[in-house]
Design a protein around this ligand. Structure first.
Ligand code: NAP
Length: 243
């Protein structure tokens, strides 16, 4: 029987992260998913049943990050796959963007990737096997008005991915980025009709993506089939941007 790998997926309570957690379970992994609340953790437990569990993690709070890492380490499981998926937006035109909104978005989307990846890479180095998959965004390449904070964070994630891939490749750890386009989740649920219309007109496949379609790509990058792919950004965007 193939060994069961343990994956950590941040932001697994809903949207793309929930789909990734489900897909990795289908692939035979044990999944530890995070949510910001106890109710989110319960939701993860119900969705994953015996194949996973949830932990509370607030990426805007360094104490919460330290506590959840301790909790994950206390499970005694070796983490061989890490999916840095959790993300949040706080949009505003640049001239109106408050420094706290800038900092919060950089903290949650980018600084967290540094803080979460570091402890888990240690074990991957020891085991000479690891997969780190960072969830970026199409806007890191195309830009987007009103999102200077989020776009800067997502572009940072792509650079981080390439630099870390170059550092840890010799330990058989791959680091890649998956950049979703316009995907049907809570994050995109409140866009105005005119923004939706404009977005759909720019997507050759003519529709929003499904979280499962992003999860399939993460699943591939986490698998043995992707053993010679590292430092890449794979776009899952229906043709909205040709990288
Ligand atoms: P979503 O439906 O809004 O879900 C966000 C997830 O992140 C939730 O699990 C949420 O936990 C968690 N989260 C939010 N703030 C957090 C914090 N401070 N600390 C820890 N976890 C936090 O978003 P999504 O659309 O699935 O997005 C997932 C990833 O894809 C994000 O990185 C996003 O930037 C990226 N992305 C999405 C799209 C899109 O069109 N949807 C496009 C490009 C990139 P709770 O449930 O506890 O709040």
């Amino acid at each position: 029987m193939a060994d069961i790998k343990t994956a950590v997926v941040t932001g697994a309570s809903r949207g793309i992260g929930a789909a990734i957690a489900q897909q990795l379970v289908k692939d035979g992994c044990y999944v530890i998913g995070s949510a910001t609340s106890e109710s989110g953790v319960e939701k993860i437990g119900e969705a994953l049943r015996d194949s996973g569990t949830g932990v509370v993690l607030d990426l805007s709070n360094v104490d919460s990050i330290a506590q959840s890492i301790e909790q994950i380490e206390a499970t005694g499981k070796e983490i061989s796959i890490l999916v840095n998926n959790a993300g949040a937006t706080q949009d505003n035109l640049f001239m109106r963007m408050k420094e706290e909104d800038w900092s919060r978005v950089i903290e949650i989307n980018l600084n967290s990737v540094y803080r979460i990846s570091k402890p888990f890479i240690r074990g991957m180095m020891r085991n000479r096997w690891g997969r780190i998959i960072n969830v970026g965004s199409v806007v890191a390449r195309g830009g987007n008005p009103g999102q200077t904070n989020y776009v800067a964070a997502k572009a940072g994630i792509e650079g981080f991915t390439r630099a870390l891939a170059a550092e840890v490749g010799s330990r058989n750890i791959t680091v890649n980025c998956v950049a979703p386009g316009y995907i049907k989740t809570d994050m995109t649920a409140d866009l105005s009709d005119s923004i939706v219309e404009n977005m759909l007109s720019r997507i050759p496949l003519g529709r929003q993506g499904d979280p499962a379609e992003v999860a399939e790509t993460v699943s591939f990058l986490a698998s043995e089939a992707a053993s010679y792919i590292t430092g890449q950004t794979i776009h899952v965007n229906g043709g909205m941007y040709f990288g």
